[in-house]
Design a protein around this ligand. Structure first.
Ligand code: ZN
Length: 184
């Protein structure tokens, strides 16, 4: 995407040269926008003729992909940052408390964003990183089918994770308040 706002000359006169917008951009970069799983999903959907807008900051949570005519948005979530209950989420051994809090705050924020999007009439599909990469990844055409299938169905909220999601169903706590497990 755009190379970022840091093209200008470096000035030291101001203590805090970043606007909040720039800070948010940097933050989103740190949190993994335009990460590889996202690019892979984007390419796949584009190849199937689906058209979307990217990173619409006017919508809660800045959805990665926005499909205005379908009134649907799609997030591609990194399993670590968003606290997915899967083998890609490894709690760091140092500063465990810090990370735990951070990730759980991210999860809460995700839930709030999803709820707000729903209130505004948007359908929300979350694709977990582990559906795209790692040993639990779904065969790609199947993943694309699942996404298209979700578009065609009428669930307001859904998620697609890696192939192990069934194995870990036993300790899948009820996250995101009643969100349907979009396993299929
Ligand atoms: Zn995962």
């Amino acid at each position: 995407m755009s190379p970022g706002p840091n093209g200008g000359g470096r000035r030291t006169s101001r203590p805090d040269p970043l606007t909040s917008e720039q800070r948010r951009l940097n933050m989103s970069r740190i949190r993994g926008k335009d990460t590889k799983p996202e690019l892979v999903v984007r390419k796949g959907l584009h190849a199937r003729g689906l058209r979307y807008r990217l990173h619409d900051r006017k919508l809660p949570g800045t959805p990665d992909l926005v499909f205005p005519s379908r009134r649907a948005v799609l997030f591609i979530h990194g399993c670590f940052w968003h606290g997915h209950d899967c083998p890609l989420y490894k709690a760091p051994s140092t500063n465990a408390d810090f990370w735990e809090k951070k990730v759980s705050a991210n999860r809460q924020r995700d839930a709030l964003h999803n709820a707000e999007l729903g209130r505004r009439g948007w359908r929300v599909l979350s694709i977990w990183e582990c559906a795209v990469r790692g040993r639990g990844r779904r065969p790609f055409p199947e993943l694309m089918d699942d996404i298209q299938g979700w578009f065609a169905a009428d669930a307001t909220e859904g998620e697609i994770g890696g192939c192990w999601t069934n194995d870990t169903a036993a300790n899948a706590d009820s996250r995101a308040a009643g969100a349907n497990q979009g396993d299929a």
